[in-house]
Write a protein that binds this ligand. Sequence first.
Ligand code: ADP
Ligand code: MG
Length: 249
Amino acid sequence: MNQTTAAVRAVGLAKHYGLDDSRVAALAGVDVEFQRREFTAIMGPSGSGKSTLMHCVAGLDQADAGRVWIGDTELTGLRDDALTDLRRDQVGFVFQAFNLLPTLTALENITLPFDLAGRRPDRAALEEVVAAVNLEDRLHHRPGQLSGGQQQRVACARALVTRPEVVFADEPTGALDSSASAELLRFLRNSVDDLGRTVVMVTHDPSAAAYADRVLFLKDGRLVDEISAPTADGVLERMKSFEKAAAPC
Ligand code: ADP
Ligand code: MG
């Protein structure tokens, strides 16, 4: 695997829902690359295709057209069992609603990807990620005994513990208060800077997007703009300019 390989690359992604009059293009031809050790935020109005894009590039859903690579492996056309293995080992996913298993402890939730693979946890990776999420004294608690912010940090640790090629997070701060959000965003930032991970996050919050290296804007299933080294004010201005462009004269 060479250094120039992107963590994730997609070409010509298209996906439609519904038939005839109710047909909707959730993705209308998206080309995108996410470089290794980069933190990317994806923004856009509700229904613009953000979740569909993440699900298609993560191998959780299939596009109607286009090709996707995770590292050197092309997802499109992989057999089901190979796709399942790739998803388990090379892709982490964090959902707005945490999606932890309530009967397992925090530690058991974090090591779940290894259990599913029938492997012993990688101790070094586990220690690294537990220290990074600052949950050493909560590992034997169940999700119901943890705050929302702590639960989402467990979910992030679970997504990172296999040292995947990429971690996708779909509105990971959507259910958190502002201080828990800031803590989670600092953690995602550090996982890129200190642990060398690659993170792609959907958010509608300009101040969350400002933690990223790059912000991509989606509209009607197309990538319409991009900002590097974003600030919250810069992102907000760009969002306002889209709204103005869409408003009737
Ligand atoms: P976002 O995450 O930006 O809010 P989505 O990717 O969820 O947008 O949705 C993009 C478009 O595709 C929307 O018009 C949505 O209604 C439609 N869509 C998404 N999932 C489905 C589905 N399972 N069935 C029908 N339409 C869907
Ligand atoms: Mg969505």
